[in-house]
Design a protein around this ligand. Structure first.
Ligand code: HEM
Length: 510
């Protein structure tokens, strides 16, 4: 083929060049999105956007670094998909609370396994409202109080296990120890399952939870969806989560349901029972109805379907496990590296509880324990981003927001912002003392998110964490060991804050 009569190139090469030019025009058009809105941000790489930063640094480090450079509202790209990053407390308040009706849903930037569309964490609009109102009663104060004996039993195993593992002054990998406690507590409080993963490190519940949460981001379909979001129409789903592991939790839930239908109907008051009570056999398939939006009243009338019960059961296992066990792991690290805080906390526990075992009510009244847990959550927030999607064309504090835009709040960036936290790298529970608490700028401390779509399991997570810390300090002094990494390196490949090389500490029996 002759080009302007000057030189000739083969037709196949011409076709390749035209395709490359069209693809470049496509990505350049997509990545001008924020320029068109007048929002600044780091320059994206064609097709990848800022994915290369994410792969190299992880959400925590990337977001904190970019927030320092670009401020509290800037545009980034997940491949060619625009994501507005926000850490301005007023904008966050508007989005999570005041304009909630315009920002009810989480973004579905990448279409994950369809199965999870029926989970409260992923469901949208009226479907979410129905699921949230059906599941919320599981977490009332009275239900929490009823769960105390179940958690106490798991604490007995925790203390026993900690004694065995720390014999002879050996360091203990706290992630394994506390992860097993968390899993036992989820199984018994949520599903009435007596699982003793604490005495069995190869327990299938633990192994499958780890497998399920180990997302494979270097997945071809996933990368294609990020670069060409329109292609997602042709993908049934993008299986980032391990299917075998998800199937394990589905089977465990089905078995628990079958057992209690036959053996002890009516004797349970837990999360699974609440779903069984709301379940009606004759419901339509959740995935289909979700796509057609039945409306809140119609969802309520038809009750929960099989798909909804199973999706929410699996979501409960996964949402509760990694978050709570990592909070406990980092709280132990903070106590080991701040012996003065540990002494003060143990004094409070001894004074208020004496020899009594921790319960929902007695740990609730421990002010310094609450301050310590909050400061651990500030420094090592398990959740890294809060996501919302604009349902309509709107604006947030004067910034124009088009319908469908994915907006993310970087929680660690807020928690370390020196504008709101003096000396943010210092572990200082006194920031949360009753006298100082009122001085905390609203919407700058968001470990459990905020507004009507905040963490549904917050009360359970806090109860479990506080009871476990109280029991540990009644029995052990937590110390660093030569293997303790100070400060701990954070695993960049995860969507959650967890230590890269484990958390090795010493537990000295008291
Ligand atoms: C320390 C432990 C935990 C932390 C730090 C945590 C954090 C969070 C955060 C930040 C969100 C998003 C909130 C938002 O977008 O505003 C969330 C949502 C959620 N969490 Fe947790 N969580 C924890 C434990 C739990 C537990 C124990 C459960 C279950 C029993 C749970 C179930 C959920 C569910 C179902 C959602 C979605 C709620 C909805 O969309 O309506 N979480 N969590």
């Amino acid at each position: 083929m002759e080009v302007f009569g000057l030189f000739s190139i083969p037709s196949w090469l011409m076709v390749i060049l035209v395709v490359i030019a069209l693809l470049l025009m496509y990505t350049i058009h997509k990545q001008r999105y924020f320029k068109r809105l007048g929002i600044s941000g780091p320059t994206p790489i064609p097709f990848l956007g800022h994915l290369h930063h994410l792969m190299r640094k992880g959400f925590r480090e990337m977001d904190m670094e970019m927030t320092r450079i670009y401020g509290s509202c800037y545009g980034t790209f997940f491949g060619n998909i625009p994501q507005l990053m926000v850490t301005d407390p007023e904008m966050i308040k508007q989005m999570l609370v005041k304009q909630f009706s315009e920002f009810t849903d989480r973004p579905r930037t990448i279409k994950l396994t369809k199965f999870f569309n029926s989970a409260v964490s992923v469901a949208q609009g009226d479907h979410w409202k129905f699921l949230r109102s059906t599941l919320s009663p599981t977490f009332s104060s009275s239900k929490m109080r009823n769960m105390t004996p179940l958690i106490s039993k798991c604490l007995d195993s925790l203390i026993q296990n900690a004694r065995t593992l720390s014999e002879g002054g050996k360091s203990v990998e706290m992630g394994e120890l506390l992860g097993a406690f968390t899993m036992d507590a989820i199984c018994s409080t949520g599903f009435g399952l007596q699982v003793d993963s604490q005495s069995n490190p190869d327990d299938p519940f633990i192994q499958n939870a780890k497998k399920a949460l180990n997302m494979k981001l270097r997945n071809v379909k996933f990368l294609l969806a990020a670069m060409f979001p329109e292609l997602q129409t042709f993908f049934k789903e993008i299986p980032l989560l391990n299917k075998e592991a998800i199937d394990f939790f589905i089977q465990a839930t089905k078995q628990a349901m079958a057992e209690r239908r036959e053996a002890h109907p009516g004797s349970y008051r837990d999360f699974l029972q609440l779903m069984i009570n709301a379940h009606k056999e004759e419901g339509t398939d959740a995935e289909d109805s979700e796509e057609t939006n039945l409306g809140f009243d119609a969802y309520k009338k038809r009750g929960m379907t099989d798909a909804e019960v199973l999706a929410n059961a699996v979501a409960f296992f996964l949402a509760a496990y990694d978050t709570t066990s990592n909070l406990l792991t980092f709280a132990s690290y903070c106590l080991a590296t701040n012996q003065d805080v540990q002494d003060r906390l143990r004094n409070e526990i001894n004074k208020e509880l004496g020899e009594s075992r921790p319960t929902y009510d007695n740990v609730y009244n421990l002010t310094y324990l609450d301050m310590t847990v909050n400061e651990s959550l500030r420094m090592y927030t398990p959740a890294l981003r809060l996501g919302r999607m604009a349902a309509v064309d709107t604006s947030l504090c004067g910034v124009k927001i088009p319908k469908g835009l994915d907006i993310s709040v970087s929680v660690p960036s807020l928690h370390y912002d020196p504008k709101y936290w003096e000396n943010p790298h210092k572990f200082d529970p006194d920031r949360f003392s009753p006298e100082n608490k009122d001085r905390i700028h609203p919407f700058t401390f968001l470990p459990f998110g905020g507004g009507p779509r905040n963490c549904i399991g917050m009360r359970l997570a806090l109860m479990e964490t506080k009871m476990a810390i109280a029991a540990l300090l009644q029995n052990f002094r937590i110390l660093t060991s030569p293997e303790t990494e100070i400060p701990p390196k954070i695993d960049k490949r995860r969507g959650i804050t967890r230590p890269l090389n484990g958390m090795y500490l010493r537990l000295e029996a008291l």
